[in-house]
Design a protein around this ligand. Structure first.
Ligand SMILES: Cc1ncc(COP(=O)(O)O)c(C=O)c1O
Length: 287
């Protein structure tokens, strides 16, 4: 199909070849792609294999053929750190889309996936990890396949923005009062020494750190109950915390302006944080 060469870019007309970003790209036009965010401590990836496994699960779910094997992409991501002489705490963002092709909902034929990955510094959020953060609650308006780490993040973006505008760190999603997860993290409630969280169904992202939380809980002999919890349960919770690769295991001490438990990070959360630091080989500096 013929595409005319002059395009509107911002408020100026230009030749399509001069655009600053790819022209017909399925990630940009349809959100037709997947991604991963991988944590780095002291220049070393944490949970790299788990992230690569999830990338391949997401690819399979959206019928995207990746042009590499798990070993190949693992080596490429390791090489990325080496070439950047990366030795600090940071993250790598990796994205794969269904490629560049004339805009059509139907999958393009013989089109290569567009892949990119980049690394940036990301210091640990010491203050938040120590003191805890606040959250708002919002209706979970996302689709049925949240286990796919897809580029379609508009509901997540809007919720996170609302959290920020309310002076909060996160937005807790719920469906009819049943908590699913947060806009960019998994969420857990502690009551009477047990950890409750939404089951790993297609309704939430199966967080790599969530997997570790389950392991740490087993190590600490703390029951990890995947029966979910409600907004009402939060009002009588002992503790609430979230987990993600960039936020680690972070206490939530206030929800919609009301304190959770005694309003301070709880014992269970702090024990899990210790397990996390050990597991990720984080060197903590005590003064
Ligand atoms: C919606 C959502 N849930 C959970 C998570 C946590 O996943 P992970 O622990 O793999 O970082 C993320 C991470 O970005 C997320 O976006």
């Amino acid at each position: 199909m013929f595409v005319y060469p002059i395009v509107l870019s911002q408020t100026k007309f230009t030749h399509r070849d001069n655009l600053r970003y790819p022209f017909e790209e399925r990630g940009l036009q349809f959100g037709d792609g997947i991604y991963e965010v991988i944590r780095i401590y002291n220049g070393t990836y944490y949970l790299l294999e788990e992230h690569i496994d999830r990338l391949f699960r997401s690819a399979k779910a959206i019928k995207l053929e990746l042009p590499f094997t798990k070993d190949e992409i693992t080596n490429l991501l390791l090489e990325l750190l080496k070439r950047n002489k990366m030795t600090s705490d940071g993250k790598t963002y990796l994205q794969a889309t269904r490629g560049s092709a004339p805009r059509d909902h139907v999958f393009p034929v013989n089109v290569e996936s567009n892949i990119y990955a980049y690394t940036q510094d990301l210091p640990r959020k010491h203050d938040n990890l120590e003191k805890g953060v606040s959250a708002i609650t919002r209706h979970d308006s996302r689709w049925d396949y949240c286990y796919i780490k897809s580029l379609n993040l508009l509901p997540n973006v809007l919720a996170k923005q609302e959290a920020k505008e309310n002076g909060c760190y996160e937005a807790i999603f719920h469906k009819d009062g049943q908590v699913t997860e947060c806009s960019s993290s998994n969420v857990y409630l502690v009551k009477d020494g047990k950890i409750h969280t939404h089951p790993a169904t297609s309704g939430i992202l199966h967080g790599c750190v969530r997997m570790q939380v389950e392991k740490f809980a087993a190590d600490l002999s703390i029951p990890f109950v995947e029966n979910g919890f409600s907004l009402d349960d939060i009002t009588t919770a002992d503790e609430l915390f979230l987990s993600s690769s960039t936020s680690e295991i972070m206490p939530i001490v206030s929800v919609d302006g009301t304190s959770v438990g005694n309003g301070k990070p709880g014992d269970v959360t702090q024990k899990l944080q210790e397990c996390y630091e050990k597991d990720a080989n984080i060197i903590t500096h005590t003064v």
